[in-house]
Design a protein around this ligand. Structure first.
Ligand SMILES: *Cc1c(COP(=O)(O)O)cnc(C)c1O
Length: 633
């Protein structure tokens, strides 16, 4: 597994881009230096580049989403099998009935794959809104699995829950606000059936990290202890306590610290045993979601894995129930992110650089007629060496600022300003070259490195494909798809094709934590150089917006095929939005738009300003562009 281009091994790339850490066995680098996906954890490798080439041969343009259905299946199986295994080891009496919260990724193909992979384990679905409830009613046809309902519930939502119960589904309505139980009692009044009732409590244990707000007294959802007691009394009075089957909490997403998980499960288990003592006939302990993903090498990274999580859940509940001599409940989790994150990635092509062209070298001979500021900048350039570069850098920055002031005052003309600035940029470039191999440079030089790094233009929209990167500063793994057997030669940041200055990626995971730039290889624009954005399968895929009217991406759905020479087949291609589709969502009529252009062109033809042949071409061009992909083609 090694190569020798510039004395560089694929293992070095693995370390540099942290592939083994975030890939968790699903991603690796092969001996040709290509990024590969290993849906069965290292058994069988599929080259991402081979997938891209095949999709492009089928005329699909970048950027696109690649979905690895086997990875999705593998995560569902892993979650369920690990729970069964740990429960057996712990001699746990209850069973495991996981549900997939579809808000994490509602795409039909994703939900269907999860339901199918989970059917042998009676793995169910969770909905958080009315539209999601309609979806899970249609998709979760397994009568042994659970359908769990969270989110705001109006009467219609509760009627739909009752409908589910009537057609034989194991519906659980989780009461998250006290008023919801009043609505439910009204809806089931006079009915012979009632959905199972769940109750969400506010835990005191708090998560840290970027989603810390989901728990604690002031969380948006969950009953307080006093509401909880009233709730039980109400159910008793109304003769509905027999339907109270599920206890639930959700401590937030991407929980970074296993200690938080232990605390939440412990507090939850105490609640559970207390509620049983109050007479609640509970059977399910629903620990919600929150299992994190190894996105980045920083404090927001997680310090546990799925196995550790499952062991904690099972053993803590077992021990507390044993202590109180209470029957072990069946365990439910609503693990979302950890099921879906790894299964999809976004591949984009680099098509240019936003970096200004390199500054011209100026004549540096001292000249008595030079303006004072030019004299000083020349001194900076001439005196610069390795022992004084920080001082020289600070001087040069000062003279550059003074140059700007002088220009604003009309003391320097534009050409004089250009000469001084060119010299300034040459000083900066020299400093970067002389400190290239210096590890611990001063923060100012570190900042200079970032500022002067190449800004690669990538054909994608951050707001569509990685909204968390923009909204909460989530760092996602970014890696070149090929050439990982070569030493990368320079550092860059990434910019997308929206006209928004926030549409950039300038934080990356490196071997020593977060850094402001990522290493890339030398390539000519126009040559294929593709970059992958990974772990986008949870939330990123479906939360994207239409900023600048970039729509959904093309998609390639890939399955393993061991008999195939390349080891895979593309099962489905879904075309991304055309300009016309995106415009329709915004209430435009593409037909009307084309008609308006045509009538303008007709008028110009009549006036003799455009030749008829030319006019037809212009109208055709406009119409074809409406049918085209919203990204660069
Ligand atoms: C969002 C959510 C989940 C999923 O959380 P993950 O962190 O993705 O596992 C589970 N349950 C509820 C109630 C949620 O709101």
């Amino acid at each position: 597994m090694s190569s020798n281009k510039n004395n560089w091994k694929v293992e070095d790339s693995d370390h540099l881009y942290q592939v083994s850490r975030w890939g968790e066995g699903y991603f690796a680098i092969n001996n040709k230096g290509e990024l590969v996906v290993t849906p069965e954890k290292n058994e069988h490798q599929i080259s991402l580049n081979a997938i891209i080439e095949e999709a492009q041969k089928d005329r699909l343009s970048l950027p696109f989403v690649i979905r690895f259905h086997d990875v999705l299946r593998s995560q569902v199986v892993k979650l369920n099998k690990t729970f069964k295994k740990v429960m057996e080891q712990a001699k746990y009496q209850g069973d495991y009935f996981g549900v997939y919260p579809i808000k994490v990724n509602q795409l039909r193909e994703v939900v269907e794959e999860i339901v199918d992979a989970g059917s042998e384990f009676n793995y169910g679905l969770e909905a958080g809104s009315k539209t999601e409830l309609l979806t899970v009613l249609a998709q979760n046809t397994n009568e042994k699995s659970l359908t769990i309902l969270n989110g705001y519930k109006d009467k219609e939502y509760l009627e739909l829950a009752l409908l589910g119960t009537k057609i034989g589904r194991n519906m659980v309505v989780v009461i998250e606000k006290y008023s919801e139980i009043l609505n439910l009692l009204e809806v089931v009044e006079g009915e012979e059936q009632c959905p199972m009732i769940g109750v969400r409590v506010k835990l005191n244990s708090k998560s840290s990290g970027k989603w810390a707000e989901s728990s604690g007294d002031f969380a948006k959802f969950g009953l307080t202890v006093s509401e909880l007691v009233d709730f039980i009394d109400l159910l008793k009075r109304e003769n509905k306590l027999q339907y109270l089957k599920l206890f639930h909490f959700h401590a937030g997403s991407q929980i970074p610290d296993i200690k938080t998980i232990k605390e939440c499960i412990t507090e939850g288990a105490r609640f559970y045993t207390e509620l049983i003592k109050l007479g609640a006939p509970l059977e399910y302990f629903d620990a919600g979601g929150g299992v994190g993903i190894n996105y980045e090498s920083s404090a927001y990274s997680i310090n546990y894995n799925l196995d550790n999580y499952i062991e904690d859940v099972v053993y803590i509940i077992r021990d507390i129930c044993d202590e109180k001599k209470i029957k072990h409940p069946s365990i439910v989790t609503e693990t979302g992110r950890a099921i879906a994150a790894q299964h999809s990635c976004v591949v984009t092509n680099v098509f240019g650089s936003a970096k200004p062209k390199p500054p011209k070298m100026e004549n540096i001979e001292r000249n008595p007629d030079d303006h004072l500021l030019l004299k000083k900048m020349k001194d900076c350039y001439l005196e610069l060496n390795f022992s004084n570069y920080l001082d020289v850098y600070n001087d040069a920055c000062l003279y550059k600022e003074e140059t700007l002031s002088a220009f604003k005052l009309g003391v320097l003309d534009l050409r004089q300003r250009v000469v001084i600035e060119n010299l300034y940029w040459n000083v900066c470039q020299q400093i970067l070259t002389m400190t290239e191999n210096t590890e611990d440079v001063h923060p100012e030089i570190e900042q200079l490195r970032t500022n002067m790094a190449d800004k690669l233009l990538c054909n994608f929209s951050l707001f569509q494909s990685a909204p968390d990167s923009w909204a909460i500063g989530q760092v996602l793994p970014v890696v070149p798809i090929t050439r990982l057997d070569e030493r990368p030669t320079h550092e860059c940041t990434l910019a997308d094709i929206t006209c928004d200055s926030d549409g950039k990626i300038s934080e990356f995971s490196g071997p020593d934590g977060l850094k402001k730039t990522m290493p890339i290889h030398k390539f000519e624009y126009g040559e294929d150089y593709n970059i992958g954005l990974f772990l986008t399968g949870a939330y990123q895929d479906t939360m994207g917006d239409m900023h600048n009217l970039f729509g959904r991406l093309n998609e390639v759905h890939v399955y393993i095929d061991k008999d195939d020479p390349k080891g895979f087949y593309i099962e489905e291609v879904i075309f991304g939005n055309s300009a016309a589709q995106v415009l329709e969502i915004m209430q435009y009529s593409p037909f009307e738009m084309a008609r308006k252009i045509k009538s303008t062109v007709d008028k110009k033809i009549k006036e003799g300003k455009i030749k008829p042949r030319e006019g037809i071409k212009l109208v055709d061009y406009f119409e074809n562009s409406l049918k085209g992909y919203t990204y660069l083609e």
